[in-house]
Design a protein around this ligand. Structure first.
Ligand code: BES
Ligand code: MN
Ligand code: ZN
Length: 505
């Protein structure tokens, strides 16, 4: 059952529903502000809404919520108060949080039809877009593999969410809903793909899915198997994939905007898509191998982003390159001490078969650099060292240009994704210099996320380039306001913001 989102012009209090989401502000002293539709609801409930909220110590901060049954005294069976804080102009992130948390609260209370009011102040179309994103992202669930044994049935999904307001024309409302739905849909697609087990999602399967999605979303799609990879000299990708019966694939998706406009750029996205990472002969300990099905999250983010470009009217030409392989063990697998040659002639000594991501990315970057792109951005669950440095949630950004870094950071901020710029410390180059080849594929423990980025830089081919180390950020164990426990779809929102707004800055 998919959640249908609609807009109606009118008064939200006059519509029958299982639940009505009402945003509630706080004033400068942090007290709940009962005004607008919340005040009207309060008077329908004879002042009890305010009493209950105060007694329950609802804070009104973004992400705080309270469900109040109306027991026949209002058109809606329940009111869900959704805190939006004190700010005059509310940003998209507050909206995502508030409506994300409120939608889950409504669902968990058993609501199937939900109506919602929008806060006053700000551009109502932007508010609606953010609220739609929040609700669709927070109510995401991955239920493909539930079998017949269910001790506890999951709460049924919300069937309809209708925003009721007077400020928007039907066209503007539909455009905002479409934008929010497309964005959240792309994130949820990346989440779905990242949840799939390695046995299901092989490189070939990723390629099949990419082909299907390309057709639906107006993209050209080229797929390179072992033969084509050998022809183009993608030895690194072939080497990483050698130990698995599931052959590697490189997938190239192209989006071309309609009509050549001024200021159009060509941007390359490159995603690490290791469908399972055992570590190879430098094998991972059992605990560290868990969730290595998620080592394709960079590729998933690139694929999902590409599928949304047409619907969002991206003005730039975008190439999405997904480097898919499985890192396994067999008599044919690559070994520590092997030496391989990259597509740009740079040779690499294998110190660890577990540093496989940078190998497949080296091919992806060099391939992409030849497509005539003006800049490249790669995404990869690349290093455990990134998790040590910044924690799981925060993405590490590396870039060889300050303006590119600044624009990506701004997009991340607007998108509500945590990101922190890290340095490409030249002094650490010595750690990846090999005695018998150009580069070593591991720089050791010290500065492990930085030396991985320095390694990739050798394949940036002089182009403006940014690298996002998303290790650990592909999954959340705790969940957050609109990110349920499980896979996160990290990177998609930042990339889509960058490709539709940020790159113009
Ligand atoms: N896929 C891992 C990185 C990773 C670790 C992602 C933890 C998510 C959570 C990557 O391929 C890897 O194994 N990297 C090694 C590199 C080392 C051998 C230089 C690492 O981080 O230990
Ligand atoms: Mn690895
Ligand atoms: Zn890996």
């Amino acid at each position: 059952m998919t959640l249908t989102i609609a807009y109606d012009s009118g008064n939200p209090l006059k519509v029958a529903a299982d639940a009505l989401i009402l945003p509630i502000r706080t004033n400068e002293s942090g007290e709940l502000a009962f005004s607008g539709p919340v005040a009207d609801a309060d008077s329908s409930l004879k002042g009890e809404l305010q009493q209950l909220a105060t007694e329950a110590r609802l804070t009104g901060k973004p992400g705080s919520q309270m469900v109040v049954p109306t027991v026949g005294r209002m058109k809606a069976r329940r009111v869900v108060l959704a805190g939006i804080g004190a700010a005059d102009s509310i940003d998209a992130e507050t909206l995502r949080k508030a409506y994300g948390v409120a939608a889950v609260a409504a669902r968990n209370a058993g609501a199937k039809t939900v109506t919602a009011a929008l806060p006053d102040g700000g551009d109502p179309a932007k508010l609606l877009d953010g609220a739609v994103q929040g609700a669709l992202l927070s109510t995401y669930r991955f239920q493909t593999y539930f079998g017949t044994v269910k001790n506890e049935k999951p709460t049924p999904a919300i069937e309809s969410l209708t925003f009721v307001d007077k400020r928007l024309s039907e066209t503007d409302a539909q455009a905002a809903i479409a934008r929010g739905t497309t964005l959240a849909g792309a994130v949820n697609l990346a989440r779905d793909l990242t949840h799939e087990p390695g046995a299901v999602l092989s490189p070939a399967r990723v390629a099949d899915i990419a082909k299907e999605l390309a057709k639906k979303s107006g993209l050209a799609c080229e797929i390179f198997g072992p033969k084509e990879l050998a022809k183009m000299g993608a030895e690194a990708t072939l080497t990483v994939g050698k130990g698995s019966v599931n052959e590697p694939r490189m997938i190239h998706l192209t989006y071309k905007p309609k009509g050549a406009k001024k200021g159009i750029r060509s941007i390359g996205l490159v995603g690490k898509c290791i469908t399972f990472d055992t570590g190879g002969y430098s094998i991972k300990p059992a605990d560290a191998m868990l969730d290595m099905k998620g080592d394709m999250a960079g590729g998933a983010a690139v694929l999902a982003t590409m599928t949304a470009l047409k619907a969002l009217g991206c003005p730039h030409e975008v190439h999405g390159v997904i480097c898919a392989a499985e890192n396994m063990i067999s008599g044919e697998a690559f070994r520590p001490d092997d030496i391989i040659k990259g597509m740009n002639g740079v040779t690499m000594e294998i110190l660890s078969t577990d540093a496989e991501g940078r190998l497949v990315l080296s091919d992806g970057l060099v391939y992409t650099s030849k497509l005539g792109v003006g800049e490249m951005i790669d995404l990869a669950t690349l290093t455990g060292a990134k998790v040590v440095a910044l924690g799981s949630e925060t993405t590490a950004l590396y870039a060889n240009r300050d303006d590119l870094a600044g624009n990506i950071l701004a997009s991340a901020k607007r998108s509500g994704e945590l990101m922190w710029r890290m340095p490409l410390t030249e002094a650490l180059e010595g750690q990846i210099k090999s005695e018998i080849a150009d580069l070593k594929n591991s720089g050791g423990r010290a500065g492990g996320s930085i030396t991985a980025a320095l390694f990739l830089q050798h394949f940036s081919e002089g182009l403006p380039w940014a690298h996002l180390d998303i290790a650990g950020a592909n999954r959340t164990k705790t969940g957050a306001a609109y990110t349920p426990k499980g896979t996160t779809g990290v990177g998609v929102r930042t990339l889509l913001d960058y490709l539709t707004e940020g790159a113009n800055a």
